[in-house]
Design a protein around this ligand. Structure first.
Ligand SMILES: [Fe+2]
Length: 208
């Protein structure tokens, strides 16, 4: 039987093809990071599930805002910023009814994935280690994939340029230690040692 997570994953993939690929890529980068950082197993699991659904709340964002080609107006941006809370709300309902494994940690990570290390993020403006570790890991993986992926309205950055941007934002937007580890993983191609992770890119094996 299809789980609620699989259903949500398919629903967002139908609405936005880019998000399907983005969720898979962020799952790959953030799960690699979590394993190399030696995070506890339950945290790695939460990161794996949350990364695949982190932008699920975009399902509730109107198409004229989600697919807008140009820059969002401040008002539209406020609507876009609701997506972590919408995503968390979708999963909290699933948690209560279906008892999905470890969902409360997953919900927390999804809810806080746009917080910033300096406290200037959203939805709650959490700062530093107040932000769940899973959300800090996903924030780095999310930004890297967004910068290195082509969109219809802008080209992608090279891997080197994206790494420089992550370094520039270390200890302001991102947890500096996580950026440091991520840069090592990409530069040293550490992710190639984790063959098993390649299979995790497939949504069926990433989902519960
Ligand atoms: Fe997001």
């Amino acid at each position: 039987m299809i789980t609620i997570n699989e259903l949500l994953y398919k629903a967002i993939a139908l609405k936005d093809k880019y998000l399907e690929m983005h969720h898979e890529n962020v799952c790959f980068y953030s799960t690699t990071l979590a394993l190399i950082m030696n995070l506890p197993n339950d945290v790695c699991e939460a990161i794996r599930h949350a990364s695949l659904l982190h932008d699920i709340g975009k399902i509730g964002i109107p198409n004229n805002i989600l697919f807008k080609q140009g820059k969002l107006t401040p008002k539209e941006w406020e609507v876009m910023k609701l997506h972590p809370a919408i995503g968390a709300e979708l999963l909290i309902n699933g948690d209560k009814k279906l008892g999905i494994y470890n969902l409360s940690e997953v919900v927390k990570v999804i809810y806080h994935h746009h917080e910033r290390w300096d406290g200037n993020g959203y939805p709650n403006g959490l700062k530093g280690e107040q932000i769940p570790i899973g959300a800090r890991v996903i924030a780095v993986a999310d930004a890297f994939d967004a910068m290195t992926t082509n969109r219809s309205y802008r080209g992608s950055l090279s891997v080197n340029a994206a790494i420089e941007e992550l370094k520039r934002c270390a200890n302001t937007q991102f947890d500096g230690k996580i950026v440091e580890t991520f840069v090592e993983i990409i530069n040293e191609k550490e992710y190639l040692k984790y063959d098993i992770l390649l299979s995790l890119k497939q949504p069926s094996s990433c989902l519960i």
